[in-house]
Design a protein around this ligand. Structure first.
Ligand code: F6P
Length: 468
């Protein structure tokens, strides 16, 4: 449980803590949510309530330099039924357009409610009077409603990092009423895209018969971003160090390097991308002797059967393509099933002439934004799915429907053939967009709206910016 004596004025609530217990030390956890939020929480102080990532972990709350870490314990059964089950085998596929079939199991729902209640109790016990509480993502949709029933004084925000589905899909969820009511406990409800906002409003209207905006709830699009300044600094030092040319030479000095970096997840369209590249080798559009396609697949949710099946399918496909096209000089597809530290990821961005961010469905796709931030002043081509949130902002990318094999092949071929001058100007335009809509601005916009949210005791707190 939390350190009851200590009450926090700003609390981030997310499925995972921004660190994981590894042996006797904490190390940073993977994931876009974590990379997006840790700097904000650190800058503003406060607390982060989340799971350590380890079943039955009894780790106690810990005060880190700027932020208290408040672990919520999940039993092994709850990891299976709440995290792997309800969150990642029901909601995740349902909200990503049925990328695999969602499973609806009552026992998972039971566990999910229990875990969300535990998170809410931790928040209610840790929040100072009138605290700002920012709940993140689809694993915790019931938390705003539960906290609201325990603490009427706090201001509550909810942000969804993943898409909100069209009502026709959402309505399949047997617990749709409870999920909507949970989210509606928040004063400010944020999504990545305007389309998600519209889907959410449609679901509330159709299923609950209410438009939450009518009672003062703010529902809006807050597209998440990256820290482009930090990425720029890492890129400069990697170039100074000669990393990109070293990596290129290790790859056999190919004419073209294509890159994909994704969690190994169905939503990312890795298989579809591999099949498109295979056909481009098959029909001679790309030369396997002078092209290298590096696919970094970060291990993810490996206990879930559908993810294990995906890994097997991807690895079989990579093997087949390399068997067909690999030469003595090496394989055409470099498949790396591992996680890299972020400064190494930036080196890969700098090595890649083309980034393939061709998700079948994606809340945002931060990899696309990271790539353009790293490539500023250096050119490079981004092939981006129209079904990724980033497509709303990165309009100078080659935008593609990744379900359309011919369109995907055409976009990859066009990317490889893009003139340097055009690549430079497109990257420059997109990097400017990313720098202007920074991670910091995203957090500030959301928190400003949350602070301004209708509240019983307005002005009880100094603005967060004054807390720095
Ligand atoms: O962006 C969606 C998300 O589930 C984040 O909440 C999380 O940080 C990331 O993907 C990684 O997923 P997981 O926590 O299941 O490993």
């Amino acid at each position: 449980m939390s350190t009851q004596a200590q009450r926090h004025r700003f609390i981030v609530v997310a499925n995972r803590l921004p660190c994981q217990r590894a042996a006797d030390a904490w190390r940073s956890s993977p994931g876009g949510l974590v990379s997006a939020l840790s700097p904000v929480a650190q800058r503003h102080g406060g607390a982060w309530v989340g799971w350590s990532g380890v079943a039955d972990d009894e780790t106690e709350p810990e005060q880190q330099s700027d932020m208290a870490l408040i672990p919520v314990r999940l039993s092994a059964d709850e990891v299976e039924s709440h995290y792997e089950g309800f969150a990642n085998s029901t909601i995740w596929p349902l909200y990503h357009d049925h990328v695999v079939a969602p499973q609806f199991k009552r026992s998972w729902w039971e566990a999910h409610q229990r875990v969300n209640r535990r998170f809410a109790e931790e928040v209610a016990a840790s929040a100072a009077p009138d605290a700002l509480v920012w709940v993140h993502d689809y694993q915790l949709q019931l938390v705003p409603g539960l906290v609201r029933s325990m603490r009427s004084d706090v201001r509550l925000g909810y942000f969804s990092h993943i898409p909100f589905p069209p009502v026709e899909l959402f309505a399949q969820l047997p617990w749709r009423t409870e999920v909507l009511s949970g989210i509606l406990g928040a004063d400010v409800i944020g999504f990545q895209r305007q389309a998600d906002v519209e889907n959410f409003i449609a679901a509330c209207t159709r299923i609950l018969g209410v438009d939450p905006r009518e009672d003062g709830t703010i529902v809006g699009a807050y597209p998440v971003s990256v820290d482009s300044e930090h990425i720029g600094t890492l890129a400069k030092s990697a170039v100074r160090d000669g990393a990109p040319s070293r990596i290129r030479s290790e790859l056999g000095d190919p004419e073209t390097v294509l890159l994909g970096i994704d969690r190994l997840d169905h939503t990312k369209g890795i298989l579809e991308r591999l099949l498109a590249v295979e056909e481009l080798f098959d029909d001679g559009t790309l030369d396997p002797a002078t092209t290298r396609f590096v696919q970094i697949a970060v291990p993810s949710r490996e206990a879930i059967p559908a993810y294990r099946q995906l890994r097997a399918d991807v690895e079989r496909t990579v093997g087949r393509i390399n068997g067909k096209f690999g030469g003595l000089g090496g394989a055409s597809i470099h498949y790396l099933h591992r996680e890299y530290p972020f400064d190494d990821v930036v080196k890969w961005y700098l090595t890649a002439d083309v980034l393939l961010a061709t998700s079948l469905r994606d809340g945002m796709n931060l990899v696309a934004k990271e790539y353009v931030a790293a490539r500023r002043g250096r050119g490079g081509v981004l092939v981006l799915s129209e079904f990724a949130g980033a497509a709303d902002e990165l309009t100078e990318a080659l935008i593609v429907n990744p379900h359309d094999r011919d369109a995907l092949k055409d976009a990859i071929a066009e990317a490889v053939a893009t003139e340097a001058a055009s690549a430079h100007s497109r990257i420059e335009a997109m990097a400017t967009t990313v720098a202007d809509h920074s991670l910091c601005r995203w957090a500030t916009r959301f928190l400003d709206d949350l602070e301004a949210a209708v509240h019983e005791t307005p002005g009880a707190l100094p603005r967060l910016s004054a807390l720095q």
